[in-house]
Design a protein around this ligand. Structure first.
Ligand SMILES: Cc1cc2nc3c(=O)[nH]c(=O)nc-3n(C[C@H](O)[C@H](O)[C@H](O)COP(=O)(O)O)c2cc1C
Length: 324
């Protein structure tokens, strides 16, 4: 099985990816959070910083592009190719309102003909491998197989399926029945699964049901337990000492790129929304982390959490993760 780290805007930037690779190696492929080019600009400062090869110490990194305009996609892909990248990923999954209203991300899935045209124009011009990350529809799953039939016609390097619709956001369970139907078609490229593989137990259940799948993409489960992929591959459980080193490296990385603590703390708090679930009896630390205004307050509560609580190797039965 190949394990990919899902892109999570605001969390899995280069600071996070590099620290993950250093302390919890095992991820076979990383994806950047989406780059959203427009007519005037291909890469914003923040996006450029994230993809610059000298900022990335991971072996296999795939930049992700969010657009419904083939020309913008191809221009961005060629800039990335010049930087040395060999593959880019097209985002057809983002459910956010502002993205969807512009017919981007999962917003485009309501228009299968336009998906078809976009891919046709991209593959006419692009010189680099292209994979797609997709949901299974906009409002319902009635177009799921039509969309897959479209993808099948193109030389994608890989198709990553998150079997929810745009309307589902991250709520409820991904539709594994539809995923099963999708898998029953034949594809000239590998199909990777993504969605709610949050614990080792989830992963094992998934493998029992879909033994033919050869790649999975994990997101919130890894943010909750950065050692999850290493654990699935080697059986080595996440230890507190290593987790603290990882945490400190991410914090220092943010402090350096932001040049001050406020933004760094904001980013750390985003990570803790998920990672807090790895600790026993964590309720009383949640609010304190959220409220910490200074680095000193923050360190006090995080150090207390590490000192006073233990890690849940297999994760709790239910993570109760945010569904936004
Ligand atoms: C905060 C947040 C940011 C995300 N940003 C992106 C993104 O930039 N590109 C993308 O394709 N998916 C993005 N996603 C979706 C994840 O990549 C993934 O598909 C989703 O979390 C489901 O996988 P999981 O259940 O393993 O977390 C984001 C999800 C969250 C919660």
């Amino acid at each position: 099985m190949k394990f990919y780290l899902a892109p999570l805007e605001g969390i899995t930037g280069h600071i996070y990816r590099n620290a993950l690779e250093k302390y919890f190696p095992g991820t076979d492929r990383y994806f950047t959070p989406f780059i959203a080019p427009d007519q005037n600009r291909i890469l914003r400062t923040k996006e450029r910083r994230d993809v610059l090869p000298e900022h990335n110490q991971v072996l296999d990194l795939v930049p992700q592009i969010l657009t419904n305009d083939a020309r913008e996609f191809v221009r961005t892909a060629s800039v990335l190719q010049e930087m040395g990248y060999q593959e880019v990923n097209l985002n057809l999954g983002c459910p956010s309102g502002t993205v969807v209203s512009k017919k981007r991300g999962s917003g485009l899935l309501a228009y299968p003909d336009e998906v078809d045209r976009l891919l046709e124009q991209i593959f006419e011009a692009v010189e680099i491998r292209v994979s797609v990350k997709t949901r299974i529809g906009k409002d319902n799953t009635s177009d799921a197989l039509t969309l897959m039939e479209i993808y099948r016609q193109y030389p994608l390097s890989e198709l990553i399926v998150h079997p929810r619709t745009q309307k589902d956001f991250y709520r409820g369970e991904p539709d594994r029945n539809v995923f099963g139907e999708i898998l029953s078609l034949q594809y000239p490229f590998p199909v990777c699964y993504n969605g709610n593989l949050l614990t080792a137990r989830d992963y094992r259940e998934f493998c029992t049901r879909f033994p033919q799948v050869t790649a999975v993409m994990l997101g919130r489960g890894v943010i909750a337990n950065p050692g999850l992929i290493r654990y699935l591959k080697t059986g080595e459980a996440t230890g507190k000492e290593r987790l603290l080193l990882f945490h400190d490296e991410v914090l220092e990385g943010y402090r350096q790129i932001f040049g001050e603590d406020k933004n760094a703390l904001f980013r750390m708090k985003e990570m803790w929304i998920y990672m807090i679930h790895l600790f026993t009896d964590h309720e009383r630390y949640v609010k304190k982390i959220r409220k910490a205004q200074s680095l000193l307050d923050y360190r006090c509560v995080v150090d207390a959490l590490f000192r006073e609580q233990e890690l849940l190797t297999e994760g709790p039965m239910c993570w109760n993760l945010p569904q936004r």
